[in-house]
Design a protein around this ligand. Structure first.
Ligand code: IPM
Ligand code: MG
Length: 371
């Protein structure tokens, strides 16, 4: 990896993906033209776009280009058009395959409330004012990648009627101590850079894999005496997130629990169109993507909010390219356009004027170039 002339792979994907990608590229171009950024970037196919073009959601060429890049910036995948495609070929499989293929085990999902958007939260303003929490989700293990099967077990009796078969499907939640220790470390490291509080979320009162999870997290904690560790069962964690979300600093959890809790956390901010995420491997290489999906219902209409995508680019600059200076500039530009009152439809209040996807991107570039 060359940090001097970093290579970025851009994956626009499906739905609103291409539109929001265009805005992030305007920001990249501005960084290159005016802010001393020497990166180059290329494009690749993933998700439904890849399926349409080459019959599979993650073509080998995309994975190869991703391995060769310093970082990947992805928009979103999926759409109703692919609902009938075989499961292995659906757009989401492309996302799971690139996570596995690059070994992106640490998924960082910040939930940050922008003060200008406090009214957009579904919780009372005092519960979410200044909310700033981070979910560290394990991303390459657990039930997402465990053994699955569907089998015909036996004849199936319903009252008097014998049905010809009973089908049973299983998914497996399995975690090794290695996988747990590695993500626990990511959680502790992240907490160290923030307010030094880590909450590990599991279901150790029921699940064997969660008991191991808790034991290993407690072992790893010995290396981080400066970080305060707590544990919550996942049901309680979900409740606490909507009861008193500001009690959290960093949450570390498994793949499935993290999937669910991170959607709750995103909604606390009221603006899923604002939240970026990073998925990192052991080499610090990362895939950066907005938390929101491909929103096929509004695709192609210039309605989408490009800010989560632009903030994903800021995370890419910070974590993979080690350009905190540029990341700060991009984040400041986003704050500036919000302070100026620019709103896409998703973050506009009733009666507030709405700008298009590209007008929002242009405004970020103008703000970036004026500081
Ligand atoms: C996410 C998404 C994905 C997941 C889907 C699209 C496979 O919900 O990134 O949270 O479940 O991981
Ligand atoms: Mg999800």
């Amino acid at each position: 990896m060359s940090q001097q002339n970093p290579k970025i792979l851009i994956l626009p994907g499906d739905g609103i993906g291409p539109e929001i990608t265009k805005e992030a590229e305007k920001v990249l171009q501005a960084l290159r033209a005016r802010h001393g950024f020497a990166a180059t970037w290329t494009h690749g196919l993933i998700g439904g776009a890849a399926y349409d073009d080459c019959g599979e959601p993650l073509p080998a060429a995309t994975l190869e280009a991703a391995r060769d890049a310093d970082a990947v910036l992805m928009a979103a995948v999926g759409g109703p058009k692919y609902d009938l495609a075989p499961r292995e070929l659906r757009p989401e499989r492309g996302l799971l395959a690139i996570r596995a293929g690059l070994g992106l085990y640490a998924n960082l999902r910040p939930a940050l409330l922008f003060p200008q958007l406090a009214a957009a939260s579904s919780l009372k303003a005092e519960l979410v004012a200044d909310l700033d929490l981070l979910i560290v989700r394990e991303l390459t293990g657990g039930i997402y990648f465990g053994k699955r099967e569907s089998v015909v077990e036996a004849d199936y009796q319903v009252g008097e009627i014998t049905l010809p078969s009973a089908r049973v499907s299983r998914d497996t939640e399995a975690y090794s101590d290695f996988e747990i220790a590695r993500i626990a470390k990511s959680g502790f490291e992240a907490a160290r850079l923030r307010n030094k509080r880590l909450c590990s979320v599991d279901k150790a009162n029921v699940l064997e894999s969660s008991q191991l999870w808790r034991e290993v997290v407690i072992e790893v904690a010995k290396e981080y005496p400066d970080v305060e560790l707590s544990h919550l069962y996942v049901d309680n964690a979900a409740m606490q997130l909507v009861r008193a979300p500001k009690q959290f600093d960093v949450i570390v959890t498994s793949n499935l629990f993290g999937d669910i809790l991170s959607d709750i956390a995103a909604q606390l901010t009221g603006s899923i169109g604002m939240l970026p995420s990073a998925s990192l491997n052991e080499r610090g290489q990362g895939l950066y993507e907005p938390i929101h999906g491909s929103a096929p219902d509004i695709a192609g209409q210039q309605l989408a909010n490009p800010l989560a995508m632009i903030l994903s680019l800021a995370m890419l600059l910070r974590y993979s390219l080690k350009r905190a200076d540029l990341a700060d500039k991009v984040a400041a530009a986003v704050r500036a356009v919000l302070a100026d009152g620019l709103r896409t439809a998703d973050i506009a209040r009733a009666g507030e004027a709405r700008v298009s996807t590209s007008a929002m991107g242009d405004a970020v570039v103008t703000a970036l170039n004026s500081n």
